[in-house]
Design a protein around this ligand. Structure first.
Ligand code: CTP
Length: 405
């Protein structure tokens, strides 16, 4: 798997002679497994056709904010901006660098540049004197001060016949820088949870009996993933720690850590132990075999008694060392005496909130697309939600517990 596998790249192409190299760049990104959507400035059409870049990217190419023959698409710049993990402008002309610096919004490319929440990588290409001009250098400095990444133009022969800085960096170098930015740079986030580090656990844990068997449960991870997605959309820097599930990482999640056992999950959660918010949605196994066999256990015609010992209670451990700035949210899955049991867990584990799920209630439980929960607060509050799709339950939990709405 490459570092770009599954990444969403928006490539902005401007009108300069180096625009033809955008075709090679799209090809390299696609080869690395990325999804690419191309935006061209009107001038870029003079150097390379949307047909070329659309064919290579396998996506529609956009230029205007208001395309002449389309209905209901005026918010597409927002959708593309939110879709992107990174926006790369290559080649970036002096004109577009200036527009990016001053926030001009006159094409799909510049509109997406303003709407996005992801890093911006600018790869300038222009004639030497334009590149060296104080105005252009000043604009590039403005972008860098803002946290955007501006590559140095390469030195060499230019289309004008001059020799000097101004050439587009080699596509392979742009790809390497894209990887570096995606792995190192913290994405720019905005929203009511911006600046908050939030960890969500999701899915089941697996406790091995022998190399081929394990104890686990039916958790699908859907609820935890939906909470991670909601929190990321609201601007939090989200770490998603997941047991074995078949779900893709939600958009906007800063990092995902995949674990198997409760002990692994405990270690991964402690690594995020200083985060502002920790939400334990995972259905953590309460017991683990006293010792896992290193060899497959063979049947011998008799019964088999497994000795189980308790696992560490991750949430109780976090509660016992809770920091002043921190909020802890737990889940309780109950079949009976729900409110009483959940209140007990809220107090025992030193939580701020607990979300009660009652198994057996219509519309609630594992695998269902919907859920029905009650949110209990350490302040004594009780909020009962109706049966809702899991994404809406997730949104309601995040809004109620973290935003007070
Ligand atoms: N939890 C945890 N570590 C465990 C077990 C549970 O962190 N070993 C967390 C779960 O992620 C959940 C909360 O504790 O947020 C409640 O889990 P639950 O299994 O419902 O409650 P328990 O405390 O394990 O009690 P019981 O199984 O007896 O109902």
């Amino acid at each position: 798997m490459t570092a770009l596998e599954g990444k969403h790249i928006v490539l902005g192409v401007c009108g300069g002679i180096a625009a033809y190299k955008a075709a090679e760049l799209v090809r390299l990104y696609k080869k690395a497994g990325a999804h690419v959507r191309v935006l061209m400035t009107p001038h870029a059409h003079r150097f390379v056709t949307p047909l070329t870049l659309g064919t290579l990217s396998e996506e529609e190419v956009h230029t205007e904010i208001f395309p002449p023959n389309e209905k209901g698409s005026w918010t597409r710049h927002v959708e593309i901006g939110l879709w992107a993990d990174i926006m790369v402008v290559a080649p970036a002309t002096a004109q577009t660098v200036a527009k990016l610096a001053d926030g001009t919004c006159d094409s799909m490319l510049t509109a997406v540049a303003l709407s996005r929440r992801c890093p911006l990588l600018v790869c300038p290409a222009m004639d030497h004197d334009m590149y060296m001009h104080a105005a252009t250098q000043g604009n590039m400095d403005t972008l860098r001060h803002r946290g955007d990444i501006v590559m140095e133009a390469a030195h060499g022969e230019l289309a004008s016949g001059l020799v000097g800085e101004g050439r587009l960096p080699e596509p392979a170098d742009i790809v390497n820088t894209t990887i570096r930015v995606l792995t190192e740079a913290a994405p720019r986030r905005s929203g009511p949870l911006a600046g908050q580090a939030l960890t969500v656990t999701a899915g089941p844990t697996r406790e091995p009996i022998d190399p081929v068997r394990f104890i686990s449960n039916h958790s699908s991870g859907t609820m935890g993933f939906a909470i991670a997605e909601t929190a990321a959309r609201l601007g939090a820097e989200v770490t998603l720690i997941s047991g074995p599930v078949a779900l893709p990482t939600p958009a906007g999640v800063a990092r995902r850590v995949d674990v198997e056992t409760t002990a692994d999950m405990h270690e991964a959660v402690l690594a995020r132990g200083a985060d502002d918010v920790i939400i334990m949605v995972a259905a953590v196994a309460d017991y683990t075999p006293a010792s896992a066999s290193t060899r497959k256990i063979k049947k011998d015609g008799h019964g088999l008694a497994l000795e189980l010992v308790p696992t560490v209670d991750i949430l109780a451990d976090l509660g016992s060392r809770k920091q002043r700035h921190q909020r802890l949210i737990g889940f309780a899955l109950e079949t009976h005496d729900g409110l009483e049991n959940a209140r007990g867990k809220l107090a025992r584990k030193n939580l701020d909130w607990i979300v009660l799920n009652i198994l057996g209630e219509e519309g609630a439980g594992f695998g269902a697309g919907t859920n029905k929960v009650t949110i209990l607060g350490a302040d004594g509050s009780t909020v009962k939600l109706p049966v809702l799709p899991k994404a809406e339950v997730a949104a309601a939990i995040v809004h109620h517990t973290l935003l007070g709405v």
